[in-house]
Write a protein that binds this ligand. Structure first.
Ligand code: DP6
Length: 323
C-alpha cells in the first residue's frame, strides 16, 4: 500500500549546545540543550512509500553512500513503528540554499520524521515525533517545535525528548554572518565523538554546560534577554574550547569568524546588546533584539563576509500534504 506526505521543518540554533552523546545508537546526549527555531531556514520533504528501494533526492541531486544510508536507517525505524516493509522515495528541498551552510540535519530529519510517519499512516504526538527525529540527528528533536525549545537529555529512549520552552515575551532575532558556505572538514557527529573520546576538557564542558542549562531555564523564565545572551555566548565558546583540546584538535574557526566575534563585543560596548554563538562551522550567529536587526546586520555586512541573513523565531514542523 502506498502513502505520500509532505512536511516542512525549520532549522534551529542552540543557545545551550548539545555536544556529546552517552549512547550513540539511541542518540542520548550527555547534556540537555536549549534552542531557537528560525524562520529563515527550512526543509520541505516528501516521502512516498511503495518504492522498489529507498531513494533520496536532495535539492535535485540523488544521494548515495553514507548520507543515503543514514536516511535508509532512519526509514527502518519508521518501518519498525508502522509494521510496513516497503521502501520509500524521499525528495527533499532546502529553501535557503544549502550553500548558506545552514541547511542542517536538524530541519532535514525533523521534516523526514513527520513526512515518513504521516505517509505511513502513523499519527505520532509531538513528543513521539521528537524522540523519533532525535534518532536521525540529535538536534532534529528540537526542530519539531517552534520558537524556543528545550531538549531534556533524559536517560533512555523515552525520556530524551524536546518540548517548547515557554517564555514571557522575550524579543529574539538572529543575524547570521555566513563566513564560509563550503562543506565542513569534519561533521558535528564525528567531531563530538572525538571531543568526548580525547579532550581532557570534555568532562569540564559537560559539567559547566549543565550549570549553563539550569541558568538558561531561569533566564528564559525571567524574560532576561541579557542573561540569555551572556549564557548562550559563553556556552558556545566553552563548547569550542573543549573541541580545541581534542587529538587531533578540532577548530571550525576562520579569520572572519574571529572578526565577527570581535565586532559583536564592539557593538555591545557601543550599546547594542547582541551576543554570538557558533556551531560546527565557521559561521557566526548573532542573537539580538528585533529592533536591532537592521543595525547589527549592516555592521556584520560591513566586514565583507560571504553573506548576511536575518531571521526571526520560526514555527514547528507541520505536515502540508497527507494521504
Ligand atoms: C554544534 O545534531 O548535527 O549544532 O546527533 O550526531 O546528528 P548528530 O549531531 P547534530 O549536532 C549538532 C551540534 C551543534 C550544537 C546543537 O545544535 O546543539
Amino acid at each position: 500500500m502506498s502513502g505520500r506526505s509532505t512536511a516542512v521543518a525549520h532549522s534551529n540554533i542552540a543557545l545551550i549546545k548539545y555536544w556529546g552523546k552517552v549512547d550513540s545508537r539511541l542518540a542520548i546526549p550527555a547534556t540537555s540543550s536549549v534552542s531557537l527555531t528560525l524562520d529563515a531556514y527550512r526543509t520541505e520533504t516528501t516521502v512516498e512509500w511503495g518504492n522498489d528501494r529507498d531513494s533520496v533526492v536532495l535539492d535535485g541531486d540523488p544521494l548515495s553512500g553514507v548520507p543515503a544510508d543514514r536516511v535508509s536507517r532512519f526509514l527502518d525505524l519508521v518501518r519498525d513503528l508502522s509494521g510496513r516493509s516497503e521502501y520509500a522515495s524521499v525528495v527533499s528541498r532546502n529553501t535557503v540554499p544549502t550553500a548558506a551552510g545552514l541547511a542542517s540535519s536538524a530541519s532535514g530529519f525533523a521534516a523526514l520524521a513527520a513526512a515518513a510517519t504521516s505517509a505511513a499512516g502513523l499519527s505520532l504526538s509531538p513528543r513521539e515525533l521528537s524522540i523519533l527525529a532525535r534518532k536521525g540527528s540529535g538536534s532534529a528533536s528540537r526542530s519539531i517545535f517552534g520558537g524556543l525549545a528545550v531538549w531534556y537529555a533524559g536517560t533512555d529512549d523515552a525520556s530524551s525528548y524536546a518540548e517548547p520552552l515557554h517564555d514571557p515575551g522575550l524579543d529574539l532575532a538572529m543575524v547570521v554572518a555566513v563566513v564560509n558556505a563550503g562543506t565542513k572538514e569534519i561533521s558535528s557527529r564525528d567531531a563530538m565523538r572525538l571531543t568526548a573520546d580525547t579532550s581532557p576538557y570534555y568532562d569540564a564542558w559537560v559539567s559547566s554546560s549543565r550549570v549553563d542549562f539550569a541558568g538558561m531555564l531561569e533566564a528564559v523564565a525571567a524574560g532576561d534577554f541579557t542573561r540569555v545572551g551572556e549564557l548562550a555566548e559563553s556556552n558556545a565558546m566553552r563548547m569550542h574550547a573543549s573541541m580545541l583540546g581534542s587529538t587531533p584538535p578540532v577548530s571550525y574557526w576562520e579569520p572572519d569568524s574571529v572578526r565577527c566575534l570581535r565586532l559583536v563585543r564592539e557593538l555591545r560596548a557601543a550599546g547594542t546588546e547582541c551576543y554570538a554563538t557558533m556551531d560546527a562551522g565557521p559561521n557566526v550567529k548573532v542573537l539580538c533584539r528585533r529592533p536591532d536587526v537592521a543595525s547589527v546586520s549592516a555592521a556584520v555586512g560591513s566586514l565583507g563576509v560571504a553573506g548576511v541573513t536575518t531571521s526571526l523565531p520560526g514555527p514547528g514542523v507541520r505536515v502540508t500534504e497527507a494521504p
